[in-house]
Ligand binder design. Structure first.
Ligand SMILES: O=P(O)(O)OC[C@H]1O[C@@H](O)[C@H](O)[C@@H](O)[C@@H]1O
Length: 315
């Protein structure tokens, strides 16, 4: 057990424990019910609401290490998206992280009254051969009494030269069926289409729906995006800071058949909506630090565009 504490104001008890599957964060309401998050190797693999529903997708066929798992929320760094020289979607998610049992204080609005764990990593010798820059990556994963999941990434340049990187919280959401999903908040924005050599287009639809493969990096996106699932009667609201772009991905049937770890109908059960830095990579001079935050909130399906717009204004 790393820690357990009771927050009387929020009427909740927070627990952090470790077992062979990874790290478990639990927020127990003193009035009953609990929410839970599991973290493995710097990768959020499970997020359960009070009803016990799993909100994140994991492919039904698990790949053998060192292949990256498809599912949950891997953190992608120093590369997110296709690259000629670096591993697509970054190497950080395949590497080892250690728990920091005595993390330095962090004053951030996301940090109040929550169960959390700090994970830390520096590049291995092997990684330095592939990307020759020294950094310290501190990832804090937090679970609030209301079930909100937060991830705060802090990347510090501890090298003697500047470096730049792209980044993404590769968020695999579990959905009832992809045909029931609508994404709000990206209307009228420009995007780079990964299916057309990253050409730039402008979104014209009301909201994004899915009828075929989609692989787009939306640019200069709002801080709040809603993923509405009519089938499951729920909405996941994605809030982000320091992450201007958002990747939307569903491989659809043909592409998913080429993915060894995807089951036959897995593509119907998932959508990725990733808070990201794509178009303008982050440049850090020696000693500088960058912070990128993600918050996922689960709300009832009655959550409609009107409510979403007013929330957006207040975020
Ligand atoms: O790295 P993973 O989890 O297999 O995800 C792959 C997909 O991730 C998406 O973010 C990219 O835009 C796609 O181009 C890519 O195919």
């Amino acid at each position: 057990m790393v820690h357990s504490k009771t927050d009387w104001e929020c009427k909740s008890t927070y627990k952090v424990s470790t077992n062979s599957h990874g790290i478990n964060l639990v927020a127990l309401s003193n009035e009953g019910g609990s929410t839970q998050v599991t973290v493995e190797r710097g990768h959020v693999t499970s997020w359960r609401n009070k009803q016990g529903d799993e909100l994140l997708f994991t492919s039904t066929k698990i790949p053998r290490p060192p292949s990256a798992a498809r599912g949950g929320i891997p953190v992608c760094f120093p590369q997110f998206g296709p690259s000629a020289s670096l591993e697509a979607n970054g190497q950080a998610r395949n590497e080892g992280w250690k728990i920091d049992n005595d993390p330095p204080p962090l004053i951030h609005k996301y940090c109040r009254g929550k169960s959390y764990v700090d994970l830390l990593r520096k590049p291995s010798k092997e990684e330095l051969r592939r990307w020759p820059h020294s950094y310290e990556f501190r990832l804090r994963v937090l679970l609030a009494y209301d079930g909100n999941l937060n991830m705060i990434s802090r990347i510090r340049n501890i090298d003697s030269k500047p470096f730049s990187f792209s980044f993404g919280y590769h968020t695999y959401l579990s959905v009832s069926d992809i045909s029931e999903v609508r994404i709000e908040g990206l209307e009228t924005l420009d995007y780079l289409d990964n299916l057309s050599d990253r050409k730039r287009f402008t979104e014209h639809g009301d909201a994004i729906t899915f009828e075929s493969e989609v692989d787009r990096a939306y640019l200069c996106t709002p801080s709040c995006i809603a993923v509405v699932d009519h089938g499951k009667k729920r909405t996941v609201v994605i809030k982000k800071e320091g992450l201007p772009d958002a990747v939307v991905w569903n491989p659809w049937e043909r592409k998913s058949k080429t993915m060894a770890d995807f089951g036959k109908v897995d593509y119907r059960k998932m959508v990725c909506v990733d808070g990201a830095v794509i178009e303008r990579p982050i440049a850090l001079k020696p000693g500088e630090e960058w912070t990128g935050c993600l918050e996922l909130e689960h709300v009832p399906s009655s959550f409609c565009s009107d409510k979403y717009d007013s929330r957006l204004k207040h975020f």
